[in-house]
Design a protein around this ligand. Structure first.
Ligand code: 5GP
Length: 145
């Protein structure tokens, strides 16, 4: 799907936001839901999904985007504290040609280690017990604003 089109309220992240599909939750409040990516590109790959029902960042209201990016930073700091990576990639894709596969706006927080190549986008499915353990450690490291 290019940048032009309609928001589909039955996309996977909309279903996760409504609680119709489970997720391994890291954090939630009135603005965002954060959970582990089940096809991680690196251990600790975390998603931050704004609740605003739009396809991409260009469609977000300024207020929702501001609230979301502050939470992305807070959760990225928690990933840093919990997992101690050598680096952290924060990405956000707009439209299929840009790499977007789920058309509800979201941010990726991907820990990177020296000398370890980034895994394939949407590669193998993670072990749920590992994801739960990572999510608990990240959640415990989130600081209050
Ligand atoms: P995008 O390519 O749209 O930026 O990212 C979508 C991300 O969602 C991908 O990294 C993919 O691994 C992840 N993903 C796809 N389906 C599911 C799912 O059902 N649950 C979770 N937690 N992540 C998913």
């Amino acid at each position: 799907m290019s940048l032009h089109g309609q928001y589909d309220p039955d996309n996977i992240f909309a279903k996760i936001l409504r609680g119709e599909i489970p997720c391994v939750k890291v954090y939630e409040d009135e603005h965002v839901l954060s959970f582990m990516d089940i096809y991680p590109q690196a251990p600790g790959h975390t998603l931050v999904v704004p609740r605003e029902p739009v396809r991409n960042a260009l469609e977000m209201t300024d207020g929702a985007l501001q609230a979301a990016i502050v939470r992305v930073k807070r959760i990225a700091k928690a990933v840093n504290t919990a997992l101690k990576p050598d680096g952290i990639v924060i990405t956000q894709f707009n439209g299929a040609p840009a790499g977007q596969t789920i058309f509800h706006v979201h941010f990726h927080i991907i820990p990177r280690m020296d000398g370890e190549a980034l895994g394939r986008h949407g590669g193998g499915e993670a072990d749920m017990d590992v994801l739960k353990e990572q999510a608990a450690r990240i959640a415990a490291a989130i600081e209050n604003p």
